[in-house]
Design a protein around this ligand. Sequence first.
Ligand code: SAH
Ligand code: SF4
Length: 384
Amino acid sequence: METHREKNIIKIIMKMGVAGMAETGLSNQGEQEFGACEALSLSYEDWQEKVRAWNEPRFRADQITRWIYVQKVFDCHEMSNLSKGLREKISYELLMTLPILIQEQKSKDGTFKYLWQMADGQRVESVILNHGGYTTACLSSQVGCPLACSFCATGGMGFVRNLTSAEILGQFLMMERRAVELLTGKGNGINNVVFMGMGEPFLNMDDVFASIRTLQHPKMRALGARHITISTSGVIPGILALADFELPVRLSVSLHAPNDVLRSKLMPVNKTYSLSSLIEALRHYKEKTKERVTFEYVLIEGVNDDPQLAYEMAALLDGLEPYVNLIRYNPVPGKEAYKRSSETRVKAFCAALKELRIEFEVRQEKGTDIMAACGQLAVSANRK
Ligand code: SAH
Ligand code: SF4
């Protein structure tokens, strides 16, 4: 019987011809049922350890990580400044399983949505947004999501599994290579990363944090400190860990309702982490990191868009110097009861926030025509 990986390789050949083989990784010969190590899961320190074990000079680690994370060359046989012997060692010990591109869709506004297949056949979506000369990658952290927010397409598909750090980085690398090809051809890649795709990043902390360390490491992808945002539905252990680990990222909290009754209806996670405990954790986070927190608030007609709720929100967030991102609800098939707030109601909510001197913006929606906007990512089983 074919293994998953063999199936994937066959699909790549079918899709792209033999050249597509390189997509499957650093090594084809080196793959073994045991002992083979996933190259994208290696930290910079792991690479240093590897080259030491191979009796190679230290700078080899820099060369290899540059090939992968800067040049986006994934086949070690193409890493031309490495000796043949070293390429063979890499090829023997490591493999790189990049996500396979199943579908690419382009929106009218220049947003791209990608459907990826992982080595075990599971699929996730991720998005590239272009705005004001900057390119942002929206990454998934889980296949599905267990938190089942009532308005969210990902929540509606249930939870399958966490993504590994290699799978998270795989989405980024494949999209960056594509972004360079598609957008500029000048080598300008992705400027920002947001963990706002499928899944709750703080339910997959180890792998999300490992992928961020790689993206930020000066010898790996060297993405700037202020250029990565984690969005959470309010998973407190993640907020506390972020405060402790001194990982320089921005934090965004999906609030969507300023009281427990309404929030628990929309977001079952609120029954585990109530608003008062969430606010306490955020106060601790702010004190420890001196960072300002952004709050996301999706406006749903007649559900959470009464201006009175803006007043409740102001009282709840008092002292946190909040920045509020208002999101127009993006329609989700099967959730027709939820509708985007009318422009009159959006204006009324904004007017209340202004009066309360809460800083806010209404997020410009992107990619709705290809179901690539916030909360619209989902992979249905029958599309496999
Ligand atoms: N799980 C994380 C990150 C992914 S969702 C979180 O919930 O924060 C990214 C953002 O999209 C969240 O603020 C989420 O609440 C919001 N969202 C979900 N469904 C939406 C929809 N249909 N329309 C607009 N925003 C939505
Ligand atoms: Fe999960 Fe976020 Fe969707 Fe809620 S909004 S179901 S936490 S992905």
